[in-house]
Design a protein around this ligand. Structure first.
Ligand code: ADP
Ligand code: ASP
Ligand code: MG
Length: 814
């Protein structure tokens, strides 16, 4: 004989019940079957709601009872032919009247005891099982309806009663003797105590009813029919990529369900495990899907972690104090205080210093726990040997479960590494000595992110999802978006990276789409997006709390540069094309680098110097591998290079500068380039990366630009340059007369940096530069005479965007 259980959704509508009938019909053609059913989906909650409203004196409970009645009557009308309906309709009506009477009583008393609550909710399963029983009869299938209250005996702990196995097994053996049909229908969830008073087995308890029945009759198998195609690697409502687990051991299934996998009610496994009855989890709406087999051994299937689950509403209770060290009996007293209040302990950790014990309990019981524990330790608290119990709420547990974890080192390292990199703070850790479970207590707001990233880490060899938030959609920004759009498929295929732009902002508007913005339409979408500020944008990034988040700054804005700190604080990586942060006072630069380090994330700004050229990356590689930077010589301004490569006196200097601006090489205000300020910033950033505490005012600037050029607007600047054409001409002529070219050179040596125009003879390392080329010469311990040279285009939207792209990848592959 087999036992089949159908859950709330499986019997949630007449159409679903038709599917159930089809499934059962097929089964009974082979073997007799017991069918355990839940209440119609949502009815248990609705009944509880009626009771609560009545107890609060709210008369709306009557409307709710009417809705419950109508739903059941409609089911009868749809499932049973008209000629046979009337007796069932009146039976349902009668039961619903009892519900109303009960609620009237609760309303009059103004309270609902646990015993009354059990009585009230029992109607859900009582009615559903009778309606379904009649639906089978109407199809000509003979059935027996068993009243679970007469079979399953429990103690009187209403709400979640404990099974009396012996009495129950005996009751089943009695009814089995008289069974005359191939099909039995019985309500799940409900039972009774030794006085015949209705009890329930706890929310979700119909699974347990089925397991109790299966064990009592020695069933060949138990099948739990639900709305998903098996037990999955994580809750599919939270992790869209969750996969069905084909086989799993009893122990693993028990562990996963204890830690929140709602698909099976935790006590369900025990009775069937004791009798080695195999359990299948099957989908009523996709019966041909294989489902999950729960049995003695789970087969190895490549991954040592079988599943991930979570429990919310956890409170951590910490008992601490110097008076606890080495004194026996403290833990006993703590647990006694908790059990005296029937408080269930979900998790325990104790440091080996013995000076603190930490337990996790349901938040609902936390206040009661505090009162009880503080009372139990009142003498020690008075003597200040023990601190009053500390209670922290809004916590959750995430747990990795798998039998094979014990033979695979490094799993917890991987787990905590992934959590740490994403700024998920771990408040407590517990690992059972069976090593079947590693659990971490984290803030409830981090649960979704944590489960998804752990799932990614342990199950998704396929994709790592990266969520980009980009500020700035000018020249470089638009190029970056085009490059991302072009590469998305490649990255998915070759690097298993799912790179998505979730947020996009310009100075006025912010576009957000958690599923990823369509990069072929970003312009229209952004134009229609709501107005917002950088603060709302960054607050939104933090609140969304998505895993592997990267903020990309492609603006030249000071306000945008001021938000990096609060993002890094949340372990959100920052990729900056914007030079302002790194060239602001050393203290701020250092603070950001330290934050990135402390919060296990990345702060990258390769494009601050030489656009896409790998200058900062190379410098860091040299240092990390133990080399030392002794001297740097560099031409770092694409603009100045362009200008001095094109200026030969045949047309005014001002015209050449204007061409550089028009071709997009200059900063928005070209004076930043012409005055040398931009180059000063760049050599400062390089010197800082090389370990110097350098500030702007310590850099010597031998400027060729007369001070008068710096006054007024950009247009005034062009006029003034035109007026001073002779000055520029004479600089050029002097160099040309010596056969030299003009280069604006930045140098760094012995802790000192300087920038200025130099006459460079032919054949010099810095001489052969064309267009907007940049060059850096690193003289190091390992490259003492012949420097390490990096040279190439040092400006332009395309190369800068590709540098930003490379930083994004670096930030995500850490
Ligand atoms: P039923 O009413 O059939 O008893 P439940 O709602 O109690 O169904 O349980 C099924 C639900 O459990 C699924 O719809 C799914 O959302 C949720 N669930 C949570 N964790 C898991 C998991 N690891 N595997 C499958 N389902 C899960
Ligand atoms: N109907 C009960 C509940 O919703 C029992 C069950 O469905 O398993 O909790
Ligand atoms: Mg359930």
């Amino acid at each position: 004989m087999q036992v089949l259980k159908f859950g709330g959704t499986s019997v949630g509508s007449p159409e679903a019940i038709q599917k159930v009938i089809e499934i059962v019909k097929e089964k009974i053609s082979k073997e007799p079957v017991i069918v355990v059913v839940s209440a119609f989906g949502g009815i248990t909650d609705a009944l509880l709601d009626c009771g609560l409203q009545a107890a609060r004196g709210q008369e709306q409970y009557k409307e709710q009872v009417n809705l419950i009645t109508t739903r059941h009557l409609n089911a009868v009308k749809e499932l049973i032919p008209i000629q046979q309906q009337s007796s069932m309709l009146s039976a349902v009506k009668k039961l619903c009247n009892e519900v109303e009477d009960l609620c009237n009583g609760i309303f009059l008393l103004g309270e609902m005891t646990a015993r009354t609550r059990d009585k009230l909710v029992s109607y859900g399963e009582l009615i559903s099982s009778q309606v379904i029983n009649n639906a089978f009869l109407a199809k000509g299938i003979l059935t027996t309806w068993w009243d679970s209250r007469k079979l399953i005996r429990t103690n009187s702990d209403f709400g979640r009663a404990t099974l009396d196995t012996e009495a129950t097994v005996e009751n089943f053996s009695e009814v089995m003797k008289e069974l005359a049909t191939d099909l039995v229908i019985m309500p799940g969830f409900i039972a009774s105590d030794s006085n015949g008073i209705t009890t329930t087995l706890g929310r979700g308890g119909s699974d347990y009813t089925a397991a109790i029945a299966a064990a009592a009759i020695g069933a060949t198998s138990l099948e739990i029919w639900t709305d998903v195609s098996g037990m999955m690697t994580a809750d599919p409502r939270w992790v869209p990529n969750a996969k069905v687990i084909p086989t799993i051991s009893y122990q693993e299934a028990m562990e996963l369900s204890h830690f929140g996998a709602k698909v099976i009610y935790p006590p369900t496994i025990q009775p069937v495990m004791n009798k080695s009855i195999p359990v299948w989890i099957k989908n009523t709406f996709a019966p041909s899907d294989a489902g999950t087999l729960i049995q003695q051994d789970s087969h190895r299937n490549g991954t040592p972690v079988r599943g991930i689950s979570s429990i919310s509403n956890l409170a951590l209770l910490s008992l601490e104090g110097s008076g606890m060290v080495g004194v026996p009996g403290f833990s006993r007293r703590l647990f006694e205080a908790l059990s005296s209040q029937q408080i269930n302990v979900i998790l325990i950790t104790q440091g080996s210093s013995e000076h603190s014990i930490c337990v996790g309990v349901d938040t609902l019981t936390a206040d009661k726990a505090k009162l009880a524990v503080d009372k139990a330790f009142a003498p020690e608290i008075n003597l200040q040997q023990v601190d009053p119990l500390v209670v922290e709420k809004e916590l959750s547990i995430v747990a990795l479960v798998g039998e094979q974890m014990k033979s695979h080192p490094g799993i917890s390292g991987k787990m905590f590494g992934a959590l740490g990199r994403n700024g998920v703070n771990v408040r407590a850790i517990a690992q059972g000595s069976s090593e079947r479970n590693i659990s971490a207590v984290i803030a409830t707001r981090d649960v979704r992110k944590a489960i998804n990233l752990l799932h990614e880490e342990f199950f998704e060899t396929v994709n790592k999802q990266v969520n980009l938030f980009i500020s700035g959609v000018g020249n470089v920004g638009s190029k970056l978006l085009a490059q991302l759009a072009q590469q998305q498929q490649y990255l998915l295929q070759h690097m298993r990276l799912q790179l998505r732009v979730v947020g996009l902002a310009n100075s006025k508007r912010t576009l957000i789409n958690e599923e990823g913005i369509d990069l072929n339409k970003w312009k229209e979408l952004l134009a229609a997006a709501p107005e917002s500020t950088i603060e709302t944008f960054t607050d939104g990034i933090i609140q969304r709390n998505l895993r592997n988040s990267v903020f990309v700054d492609i603006t030249a804005s000071e306000v945008v540069a001021s938000v990096y700190g609060k993002l890094l604080d949340k372990s959100i990586a920052v990729v900056a094309c914007n030079k302002i942060a790194c060239s602001s006072p050393f203290k701020y630069y250092r603070e950001l680098k330290d934050k990135a380090h402390d919060f296990n994330t990345q702060f990258l700004f390769e494009t601050n110097v030489g656009a896409g050229l790998p200058i900062i990356g190379t410098l860091n590689d040299l240092l990390r591998s133990g080399d030392r930077i002794n001297r740097m010589e560099a031409v770092l301004s694409g603009t100045l290079n362009f200008v001095f490569n094109h200026y030969d006196g045949s047309r005014p200097f001002a015209d050449v500068v204007r061409q550089a601006q028009e071709e997009g090489y200059t900063e928005p205000d070209p004076r930043l380039d012409l005055s040398g300020t931009d180059v000063m910033r760049k050599i400062m950033i390089l010197a800082r990366e090389a370990g110097e505490t350098l500030e702007m005012d310590a850099i010597h600037n031998n400027s060729f630009l007369p001070a008068s050029c710096m006054e007024g607007t950009v247009e005034d600047f062009y006029k003034e340059m035109l007026r001073l054409e002779d000055h520029f001409r004479s600089i050029y002529d002097a160099a040309a007369a010596k056969g030299c070219k003009l280069k604006f050179v930045a140098s760094f040596k012995e802790g000192k940096a300087a920038v200025g125009l130099q006459e460079i003879p032919a054949g010099h390392d810095l001489s052969n530069l064309f267009g907007k080329d940049n060059i850096v010469l690193f003289y190091t311990d390992r490259y003492p005479q012949q420097p390490l040279v990096i040279k190439g285009a040092g400006a332009g939207a395309d190369v800068t965007a590709s540098g930003v792209f490379a930083d994004i990848l670096r930030a995500t592959l850490n």
